[in-house]
Design a protein around this ligand. Structure first.
Ligand SMILES: Cc1ncc(COP(=O)(O)O)c(C=O)c1O
Length: 331
């Protein structure tokens, strides 16, 4: 199986913002785009993107999961980066059109079609460090993906980073390329020094998120995660898992979680922790490494609540349980 996100469908949907207006979206080859070397995005990182999935159901239908949320987040990210804001209906139709085009390439569960809307500032203007791009390009790439956990979902090891942050505090809620580049060095160091899978960013002891997923702590009937603010990404999977947890009668606490409280709760035998994200779905966390000390989370293995929530989410995505919340768009 090819690495996640390394195979692309040959075409994509694309629209350009030029002279104050968006062009009619078109389906174009996805192997290259042409950009001036002075394009705003290449110098001043005017870029944001999204990640969502289309699933094939047993009846052969293709279903997008919570597309509205990802469309809204891309519009929000664009606004916060001073990129032109696309129209929700236009972007939704671009996603639907290109996924329809490749409906027969959507893998069966546990695989899916990963959808990557991308928005970049294209104006050739290296003098615009402190001014927005006047033009942009928005395209929707497709990448068929298999089971992220083909090798089994071994509980993850997370290094708790209590000094540095993933990105600037006001940028966490923006899904922008620069945030990922800024988190790379801490992640590479954590891999090399303590064989951590990911870094859990906890600046000043405030438990936030990892490089590409949200963090959830499950203690008995309670699920605890940081309340939404500008410092971290408002994950669609996080919101979905919290909704399913409420449906199951769990207590959902969206509030500040300190490293001290996290480690105290993790030491209890039944505690579980997990990462949530479109790619990760819900991945168990077995070990937390803080100040050079390894702490097991509960038993250190995938816990029953994590497995149950993950299954409940997959069942809806895969068309095996009723879509009570109207999360699927059948196309
Ligand atoms: C930094 C970050 N946090 C959280 C998430 C999870 O978000 P979502 O559930 O919308 O995929 C992602 C993944 O997209 C991410 O990159």
């Amino acid at each position: 199986m090819a690495a996640f996100g390394s195979v692309f469908m040959p075409q994509m949907a694309l629209t350009r913002f030029e002279q104050g207006a968006w062009s009619t979206p078109q389906i174009v080859p996805a192997d290259s785009i042409s950009l001036h070397p002075g394009a705003h995005v290449l110098h001043y990182a005017s870029t944001c993107f999204e990640g969502l999935k289309a699933f094939k159901h047993g009846d052969g239908s293709i279903n997008l999961f919570r597309m509205e949320k990802n469309v809204a987040r891309l519009i929000q990210s664009s606004g916060l980066l001073s990129l032109p804001q696309p129209d929700a209906a236009t972007l939704s139709n671009m996603i639907i059109d290109i996924v329809r085009q490749y409906a027969s390439d959507v893998p069966e569960p546990p695989g899916s079609m990963y959808i990557r809307p991308t928005h970049i500032g294209t104006e050739a203007a290296i003098g615009k460090a402190a001014a927005p791009t006047a033009s942009s390009m928005l395209y929707v790439l497709l990448s068929p993906v298999g089971d992220y956990f083909a090798g089994g979902s071994k509980p993850l090891r997370l290094l708790l980073e209590q000094n540095g942050a993933r990105c600037a505090a006001h940028m966490g809620m923006v899904k922008s390329g620069g945030n990922y580049a800024s988190a790379l060095q801490p992640i590479l160091k954590a891999r090399a020094s303590v064989q951590a899978d990911q870094v859990l960013f906890c600046p000043g002891g405030d438990v936030q998120e990892t490089g590409a997923a949200n963090f959830l702590l499950i203690d008995g009937n309670e699920i605890i995660t940081k309340a939404l603010d500008s410092s971290f990404l408002h994950g669609v999977t996080r919101d979905s898992v919290l909704t399913l947890a409420r449906d199951m009668g769990m207590v959902v606490s969206e509030r500040e979680l300190s490293v001290a409280e996290l480690l105290e709760r993790a030491a209890k035998p039944g505690t579980e922790a997990a990462l949530s994200g479109t790619a990760a779905v819900l991945t168990p966390v077995g070990t937390l490494i803080a100040d050079g000390v390894e702490h097991k989370v509960g038993s250190g293995e995938a816990g029953p609540a994590t497995i149950k929530l993950r299954q409940a989410l997959n069942d809806i995505q895969w068309g095996r349980a009723e879509d009570k919340h109207g999360w699927l768009t059948r196309i």
